[in-house]
Design a protein around this ligand. Structure first.
Ligand SMILES: Nc1ncnc2c1ncn2[C@@H]1O[C@H](COP(=O)(O)OP(=O)(O)OP(=O)(O)O)[C@@H](O)[C@H]1O
Ligand SMILES: [Mg+2]
Length: 381
């Protein structure tokens, strides 16, 4: 969709901002440009809408060299969002959002109707339409910035550190909202950040840049975590990449065993006969009630008389990730993760060692690239 062919940008002062980048950005996907300060991310982004012209190589959009496209025409199809939103301070929120439709000659009424629609789309209440930017929080301004960029429904969206000026909690909200929005809109998005966690959370593909404007690795988040190209990328991705990678592994494929699981109606003698330190007590639908330490069981009776220790949490075999499963093992008093089906019934158990062995990347390049939905650990990769 957007293709860079041996693209370089050397500024007149001798700085090489981008050095020989060749990369193809997929249509309808979020590509993240990430890397340390000064590595050429913004320059690369701006070469897509011709705010910066390359000194070598070719940028093309849907197979067409963008030098052949008139810059204003090109930009009509490309929304642009920057840090601090860059809103017009003397215009209301609604008029800010209506900027591009008005420029395109939609007429006031239609442009404002569209703006009102976009305000709702980005999760802001209608009553904010009449406010001025300085009457909004940073996070709200950022939402308005996104709405404004979507004004004429451009197929491509360029975003330069759109969420980096807000505090971590608002930032996480904006990221969640943005991911939801993209599920509806399927824009081709190029998103700059220097935050690798944001990149991994939001990206379908990630381009890691290094000093000197060189591309260090272009990959899915999963493969970046599992198989960084070199020490620079490994260092940039961070030390807990092994655990973060587990967010991309479906729990459904993990090896589970039957384990010490008994119905609450079972006699305590049966629990002792299993010769395990802990037994998981389940109800008549095999839903887990809690763990019981076998050493503390009463001399007779059933497991209904046993003292139960809370589970921590279970993990769902459909929808949860291996990271949620591992968390389930770590929180369990028996150190066993409990896997359940869609009805909450126990399917099996596994300890942390079994889970991580089952989730190891056999061949990193085969691994699935898309994140697992509805991760019970909150989806933070
Ligand atoms: N107009 C310019 N003239 C000269 N050098 C420039 C110009 N714009 C950027 N540079 C230099 O090009 C390099 C890349 O800049 P760029 O803005 O693309 O980096 P960045 O990765 O976006 O950094 P940051 O994370 O700090 O925003 C830097 O060394 C910068 O100083
Ligand atoms: Mg920048």
């Amino acid at each position: 969709m957007i293709r860079f062919d041996a693209v370089s940008k050397k500024y007149p002062n001798g700085t090489t901002a981008v050095d020989g980048v060749t990369v193809e950005l997929a249509e309808g996907a979020i590509t993240i440009l990430v890397g340390p300060s000064g590595c050429g991310k913004t320059t690369t982004l701006r070469m897509i809408n011709r705010m910066v012209e390359p000194t070598a190589g070719t940028v093309s959009l849907r197979g067409r060299d963008i030098r052949e496209v008139d810059a204003p025409e090109l930009r009509r199809g490309i929304g642009y969002v920057i840090q601090h939103a860059g809103l017009f301070p003397h215009r209301t929120v609604l008029d800010n959002i209506a900027t591009v439709p008005l420029l395109l000659g939609w007429g006031k009424k239609k442009a404002r109707a569209r703006a009102a629609e976009l305000l709702e789309l980005v999760g802001l209440p209608a009553e904010m339409a009449k406010r001025y930017p300085n009457q909004l929080s940073g996070g709200q301004q950022q939402r308005v910035g996104v709405a404004r960029a979507l004004g004429a429904d451009p197929p491509v969206l360029l975003m330069d550190e759109p969420f980096s000026a807000v505090d971590p909690i608002v930032r996480a909200e904006l990221q969640t909202e943005f991911a939801r929005l993209q599920k509806e809109l399927h824009k081709t998005i190029v998103f700059v950040t220097h935050d690798i966690d944001e990149a991994i959370r939001l990206g379908d593909r990630i381009a890691v840049f290094r000093e000197g404007g060189r591309l260090a690795q272009f990959d899915t988040p999963e493969r970046l975590l599992a198989d960084p190209a070199d020490d620079f990328v490994a260092g940039f991705v961070g030390q807990d990449r092994g655990i973060r990678r587990l967010s991309f592994v479906q729990a459904g494929g993990l090896p589970l065993r039957e384990g010490p699981v008994l119905p609450v109606t079972s006699p305590v003698t049966e629990a002792r006969a299993l010769d395990e330190p802990w037994v998981l007590v389940v109800d008549d639908a095999r839903r887990p009630l809690g763990w019981t330490p076998v050493a503390d069981l009463p001399g007779s009776g059933t497991l209904a008389d046993a003292a139960l220790v809370p589970l921590g949490h279970t993990f769902n075999l459909v929808g949860d990730s291996a990271r949620a499963a591992l968390d389930s093992a770590l929180l369990s008093p028996a150190r066993l993760a409990v896997g359940v089906d869609a009805d909450g019934a126990v399917v099996g158990v596994a300890d942390a060692y079994e889970l991580t062995a089952g989730a190891a990347p056999a061949n990193p390049t085969d691994a699935a690239g898309s994140p697992v939905a509805a991760d019970s650990t909150g989806g933070d990769r």
